[in-house]
Design a protein around this ligand. Structure first.
Ligand SMILES: [Zn+2]
Length: 407
């Protein structure tokens, strides 16, 4: 059966991919005509699946499969928005698959002992406005209400965008949910990396969402003529930057669960015939284990200072950003693992290196994530792809999970 349901999900995602501001890939920012068109499709499919649908004041489309009698509620879903010229699966697949799973249960006339809500969050990527995760933060009651005054590049504030979308931004603070009546939040998402494909597995269970920290580092030496200053008299800022880049890589290979990236480097004067006098760079660390990340950050700060001393350079290093890891709930992970086993697949647990709506939902309730293999690990790219078969297996797993979950 999974293949047919997977094909249906693929067909839905194709229609949603047409709700795009760009011809190439999918560009669907929050509170745009594309968002409205995608919501219209999702609303129709939710209603067909027996869900009652409304949009909350933060722009989250909510489809409810109601069990009545004050039954507790399981939350599922993900985000509808994409990056600029992104793919057709990131986020929105995690809305479509639960709808198809609930539709299947509804057609079977199956009643669940709990209600289910499928949430289509407006904005996870944070591309349009200099904020993100407004929907889940509103539910968790962790939203900073001043974010509605932030503006997009065209000068439109989030407040205006919400109002133009028919919403009342002043009521966002009333969306906070009572956690006592919530069973948890389960987000289905493409992996956005190559691990499941490498393992030959269609599905995976997320163990934790990585914490992140960034260090801004500047080495200051002396810009000089590349032909006249001998090697031993140079104060080259770039060789110091290279040394710490390699050190970060070594550390990430040595310490378990650590990812280290130097993705941004500004070299001055950045010409072929001058010794670089100044380098500003950003070292980013991610880990599902906060202690590992923090230890690595301190080690790299010390290494930067030693390197600067050794090479007689100025050095300024500051940790400019840090975000804690989100643990996925053990019993929900077990429930997902059982559901995967029921599809005759081996269970693989892996951390998520990317942030998700689940990170913000963790402030409200326990969270778990089901990862679906994506082709070559490609994401945030028009080439993003998950197969009918893999999505069909994910739907089967969700059906098994919904059927077996204890409340
Ligand atoms: Zn996403």
């Amino acid at each position: 059966m999974n293949h047919l349901l997977g094909q249906r999900a693929q067909e839905y995602l194709k229609q949603l991919a047409d709700c795009s501001a760009s011809e190439i890939g999918v560009t669907r920012f929050p509170f745009t005509p594309e968002h409205k068109r995608a919501n219209a499709l999702l609303t129709a499919w939710m209603q067909e699946a027996g869900l009652s649908v409304h949009m909350d004041e933060a722009g989250t489309l909510v489809g409810r499969y109601d069990a009545g009698n004050n039954a507790p509620t399981l939350l599922m879903g993900s985000h509808q928005d994409s990056v600029k010229q992104g793919g057709a699966y990131d986020g929105i697949m995690g809305i479509v698959l639960p709808i198809v799973a609930l539709d299947y249960l509804n057609r079977q006339g199956r009643k669940l002992p709990y209600s289910v809500e499928v949430l289509a969050f407006a904005d996870e990527e944070g591309v349009r406005f200099p904020t993100a995760l407004v929907g889940p933060r509103a539910l968790a009651g962790t939203i900073d209400e001043s974010v509605v005054d932030r503006k997009d590049k065209g000068g439109t504030s989030l407040r205006t965008a919400l109002s133009d979308f028919g919403l009342e931004p002043d009521k966002i603070s009333q969306l906070k949910r009572n956690p006592d009546n919530i069973l948890g939040f389960i987000e289905t998402h493409i992996e956005q990396g190559p691990v499941l494909e490498h393992e030959g597995l269609p599905l995976g269970v997320v163990s934790a969402i990585c914490g992140i920290e960034r260090h801004h580092l500047t080495f200051t030496g002396q810009a000089a003529h590349a032909g006249t200053v001998p090697m031993h008299l140079r104060k080259d800022a770039l060789t110091a930057a290279a040394a710490i880049t390699i050190e970060a890589e070594k550390l990430a290979i040595k310490l378990p669960d650590l990812l280290a990236t130097v993705g941004q480097l500004d070299v001055t004067p950045n010409v072929p015939n001058a010794v670089p006098g100044r380098v500003s760079m950003v070292i980013e660390l991610r880990s599902p284990v906060d202690e590992v990340r923090e230890k690595a950050g301190k080690m790299l700060q010390a290494f930067a200072k030693e390197t600067a001393q050794l090479r007689e350079l100025g050095c300024e290093i500051t940790r400019t950003y840090s975000q804690q890891a989100t643990e996925c709930d053990d019993s929900l992970q077990l429930a997902l693992a059982r559901a995967i086993v029921s599809t005759n697949n081996r269970v693989h647990h892996l951390p998520s290196g990317a942030t998700h709506d689940a990170s913000a939902m963790a402030d409200l309730t326990r969270v778990a994530m089901l990862f679906v293999r994506c082709k070559k690990g490609i994401s945030h790219n028009p080439a993003e792809y998950a197969s009918d078969q893999d999505m069909g297996l994910a739907i089967d797993a969700l059906i098994a999970l919904l059927s077996d979950l204890q409340c």
